[in-house]
Write a protein that binds this ligand. Structure first.
Ligand code: AP5
Length: 243
């Protein structure tokens, strides 16, 4: 530990930017985004979780989003953006933020850029988690979610200690309505049509990193840590070069 009681480590652990997890449904965005947000002590902003929360609380936003999500379509950009802007107005994202499942369309990405610029953040770092379609289907079929705290399990690869019960709070585990195979197919189509074009959008900006998401959760976490450390070092060198 450093003589200043860990300040150096805190410095190397600072995110100070927006990190975007990108990839098809079931790629492991939520699983990895949660870990990175905890590691860097920044908010994990999942638009899917925010909509599910609005649905559970039966808010107007939830009532608008529910039938759209149940079909596997994307919620309109204006609803997504006003929800995200409101969330980002909270001061807890000053040190960076991890986005999961957002942005999902080019207009959302453009609007996010304007927000980040206003807040003094540079370009986001975008990590595309690549997983083949058969693995996605297997993961989606096995996913279960705690009805109380939203904790994610997988009956095949990451089961709870007692079947159907959340390890953390004893809540019952449920399957997301949009994880039914026919709805999952619609979500994949929406991803290909509306979200995949963002890959080129971010590649052209030089901010896209790709990670092989087909290995174990730990393996993917390790590959992501290496990408993030390299990006942090490059950002630091860029800042030093401007001194
Ligand atoms: P959202 O909740 O964002 O769903 P998604 O993007 O389709 O992604 P998923 O949550 O299905 O998958 P994930 O990649 O997070 O995988 P996970 O880590 O859980 O969106 C839902 C809906 O909300 C959308 O369809 C849309 O209607 C609406 N919406 C949300 N945001 C929107 C936006 N910005 N614009 C418009 N509409 C929006 O992992 C999946 C499973 O695999 C889990 O069981 C997990 O345990 C397991 N797993 C994960 N990693 C591994 C691994 N490496 N090895 C083995 N198993 C693994």
């Amino acid at each position: 530990m450093s003589r200043d009681g860990g300040t150096n480590e805190a410095k190397t652990m600072a995110l100070n930017r927006a990190l975007i997890f990108f990839g098809p449904p079931g790629a492991g965005k939520g699983t990895q985004a949660k870990k990175v947000a905890e590691k860097y002590h920044v908010p994990h902003l999942s638009t899917g979780d925010m909509f599910r929360d609005a649905i559970a609380r039966n808010t107007e936003l939830g009532r608008l989003a529910k039938p759209i999500m149940d079909r596997g379509d994307l919620v309109p950009d204006d609803l997504v953006m006003s929800m995200v802007e409101e969330r980002l107005s909270s001061p807890d994202s000053a040190g960076g933020v991890v986005f999961d499942g957002f942005p999902r369309t080019v207009p959302q990405a453009q609007k996010l850029e304007a927000i980040l610029e206003r807040r003094g953040f540079g370009k986001p770092l975008v990590v595309d988690i690549e997983v083949d379609a058969n693995t996605l289907l297997h993961r989606i079929a096995g996913r279960r979610m705690c009805s109380k705290d939203g904790e994610i399990y997988n009956i095949y690869d990451a089961p709870p200690k007692s079947p159907g019960v959340c390890d953390r709070d004893g809540g019952s585990l449920v399957q997301r309505p949009d994880d039914q195979p026919e709805i999952f197919r619609e979500r994949l189509l929406a991803y290909e049509r509306q979200t995949k074009p963002l890959e080129d959008y971010y590649r052209r900006q030089g901010v896209l990193e790709t990670v092989d998401g087909s290995g174990s959760v730990e393996k993917v976490t390790g590959a992501l840590a290496a990408i993030l450390e390299r990006a942090q070092q490059e950002a630091q060198q860029g800042r030093d070069g401007h001194l």
